[in-house]
Design a protein around this ligand. Structure first.
Ligand SMILES: C[S@@+](CC[C@H](N)C(=O)[O-])C[C@H]1O[C@@H](n2cnc3c(N)ncnc32)[C@H](O)[C@@H]1O
Length: 306
């Protein structure tokens, strides 16, 4: 008779293998324990939770084989777990993913939890998720702003197909419109209370040394040119034309704060605090995009204290 295997044993064996293989965990997972626990829950057919409550749970032979296959591919092919399971979590929401989109992990998700209420005079009614990928931020925004109409745009047909699938999962087709567009090119004449964007922002130097895990993601979704700001520059230049009075642009830029402030010394960026620190996501008001005098940049903590 085959020995009984528990969830705790699967977890420990996977952590051990992941550590020995020196995997990289940047796709919504903190470390080997995080990713091993996620795979255990996935194979048990449970949403991610507290593994301590399930350690003694018996694993069926079918679940065991599935787990072994996933761990093997994770180690040998360095494929992020989300692509193996076709599932990624961002906050409390799960998304279908495949290699047409990056694995959701935007820090903007954290800011949507309170609907950016410190910054918006009233809840946004019209919203653009520029560079939507899997549609993850559009879905989170639709829940944060239940009365908003949302455009979710991307240049990639493949990404939009994935986004459509996620919008259907959350029954949001009536409020979120997928749009194929090279940044604003397909959005002429449209204005929004809030534009969210997590554009490609990886510098050319970083692209050349990406760990294998990241090479499974679409290059189009990551590559931001020599200083990482190719898309961000274009987003900033035309943002004012697509924002309503009092409207806000919220944009994630990775590690490129210094380069951005050098490129746009006249703009007063507000740097929003997330778990990545206060230099990964900026906010700028429509009026500040068109002002020529420059008040100094602020961080959200500084501004909240005023
Ligand atoms: C970093 S991913 C972000 C996806 C998603 N918003 C998220 O947070 O997971 C950037 C996305 O921008 C899209 N993209 C790249 N260049 C673009 C362009 N010129 N116009 C519109 N979308 C573009 C890519 O296809 C990709 O889906």
């Amino acid at each position: 008779m085959a020995a009984v295997v528990t969830a705790g044993e699967l977890f420990r064996s996977a952590v051990d293998r992941f550590r020995k293989a020196r995997l990289v965990f940047g796709h919504g997972m903190q470390d080997a324990r995080d990713e091993a626990a996620y795979l255990v829950f996935h194979c048990l057919g449970l949403p991610p939770g507290d593994l301590a409550e399930h350690r003694a749970r018996r694993v069926t032979p079918v679940q065991h084989r599935k787990f072994e296959r996933l761990v093997e591919r994770r180690v040998r092919e360095r494929i992020p777990a989300a692509y193996l399971t076709h599932e990624a979590w961002l906050g409390d929401y799960s998304f279908y993913v495949d290699k047409r989109v990056i694995v959701p992990r935007s820090f903007i998700a954290e800011l949507l939890r309170d609907g950016l209420s410190i910054w918006l005079k009233r809840p946004a009614r019209t919203l653009l998720d520029l560079c939507t990928g899997s549609g993850c931020l559009a879905v989170l925004a639709a829940h944060a702003f239940p009365r908003a109409m949302i455009d979710a745009s991307d240049i990639s047909r493949g990404a939009l197909a994935v986004a459509r699938r996620n919008l259907a999962r959350y029954d949001l087709q009536h409020r979120v419109r997928p749009v194929r567009s090279d940044l604003y090119a397909g959005l002429r004449g449209r204005c929004y209370d809030l534009i969210l964007s997590n554009p490609p922002y990886v510098t050319s130097a970083s692209m050349r040394s990406l760990p294998r895990e990241y090479r499974h993601e679409p290059q189009l979704a990551l590559s931001g040119g020599s200083d990482g700001l190719d898309a961000v520059r274009r987003i900033l230049r035309e943002a004012a034309m697509h924002l309503n009075p009092g409207g806000l642009l919220v944009c994630e830029i990775g590690h490129n704060r210094r380069a951005l402030e050098r490129a746009f010394p006249q703009l007063a960026f507000v740097w929003l605090e997330t778990s990545a620190g206060a230099d990964h996501v900026f906010l700028i008001e429509r009026e500040a995009l068109t002002r020529t005098d420059r008040p100094p940049s602020t961080s959200s903590t500084a501004r909240r204290a005023r």
